[in-house]
Design a protein around this ligand. Structure first.
Ligand SMILES: C[S@@+](CC[C@H](N)C(=O)[O-])C[C@H]1O[C@@H](n2cnc3c(N)ncnc32)[C@H](O)[C@@H]1O
Length: 310
């Protein structure tokens, strides 16, 4: 990993040219989508023709314009006590849900009407923390609570819930009452992807193109996805998701010309995959070490055949 330091988040306004809009064939294919650096007047930590990464806190996305994003794909901290370096992950469950509301309000603001929000979360969790950060065993209905708050309280439109069956899940530690009906704990070996929309489900396809083929569409719209999770050792991040997850979500829920946002970018998986698919993307990550990992992965990402940013 390089020793490059992050640029300050609130830098002076500046204007960078967008290579895609001036001389790239991607511009010809997608139209002149403005660079985030041009539009939002804040220095990104990393910038290329398709990717902007910001070292920032996603509870305040004021550097992103209203209705400037078409798809959010993300996996937030689950409040399971993981060590993310700069961010704590051991709030009480209720304050965790309040924090979730703050960044979801920001996502609502930056999504355009009809824009989608794909949220990878657990169905439930087995532990909570008290106000002093002490672990307690308790089941919490995470998917139900997110759905209730985001749909009923914040006003997102419910689209669907995809179940992701992780083949290599290895979290079987909480049995409850072993071999007894006293209080057995069922640990569902799956995660959810809650799919919501802002204001309406349907988006106009006019002037836009899709890149999902027939077999993928038939398979993915069944809503039961089975593929392995990502090992934590490969990129030096404690909780990455595999590229297959954002790849399916981006191809199914966005057009090629769209802008994809991941407000909890971690090791950069969403932006790397978006670049592989020729989409513009924005990533936000609080920990500068993870920003650097993400930047490296995006720098080395390949573009799809026929798309160039020269
Ligand atoms: C579950 S991980 C995301 C992993 C990512 N999907 C990947 O494939 O690497 C959540 C990330 O959110 C970051 N994070 C926590 N709080 C944040 C905040 N307020 N704003 C931005 N990023 C934050 C953590 O540092 C962590 O990298």
């Amino acid at each position: 990993m390089s020793t490059r330091q992050p640029r300050p988040r609130r830098a002076a306004a500046h204007s960078l040219t967008n290579p895609r809009a001036t001389n790239g064939t991607a511009a010809a294919a997608h139209g002149p989508i403005p660079s985030a650096a041009d539009t939002y007047k804040v220095q990104p930590y990393y910038h290329d023709a398709l990717v902007d990464i910001y070292n920032a806190d996603s509870t305040d996305l004021s550097f992103l314009a209203d209705q400037s994003v078409h798809l959010v794909v993300t996996s937030p901290p689950y409040n399971l006590g993981k060590d993310y370096g700069t961010a704590r992950d051991d709030a009480t469950y209720l304050s965790y849900l309040e924090w979730v509301e703050t960044w979801c309000r920001e996502l609502y603001r930056v999504l355009e009407p009809g824009g989608r929000f794909c949220l990878n979360i657990p169905l439930d969790i087995n532990l909570s923390f008290d106000t002093g950060g002490k672990r307690t065993s308790s089941k919490q209905p995470v998917l139900a609570d997110f759905t209730e708050r985001l749909v009923r309280k914040l006003g997102f439109v419910y689209n669907t819930t995809i179940l992701w069956l992780e083949g290599n899940i290895s979290r079987r530690t909480a049995w409850g009452s072993w071999l007894s009906a006293s209080d057995p704990w069922v640990n569902t070996a799956a995660e959810a992807v809650l799919v919501l929309s802002r204001d309406q489900r349907k988006r106009s396809a006019k002037g836009k193109t899709s890149d999902v083929d027939r077999d993928e569409f038939m398979d993915w719209t069944l809503g039961l996805w089975a593929f392995n999770g990502q090992s934590t050792s490969q990129y030096g991040h404690p909780a990455p998701f595999p590229e297959e997850l954002p790849r399916r979500l981006i191809q199914l829920f966005s057009f090629r010309e769209d802008v994809v946002l991941d407000p909890f970018l971690g090791s950069g998986t969403t932006c790397r995959v978006a670049k592989n698919l020729g989409r513009r993307s924005i990533g936000v990550e609080l920990n500068p070490t993870f920003c650097e990992i993400a930047a490296d992965r995006c720098r080395n990402a390949e573009l799809p055949a026929g798309v160039s940013t020269d």
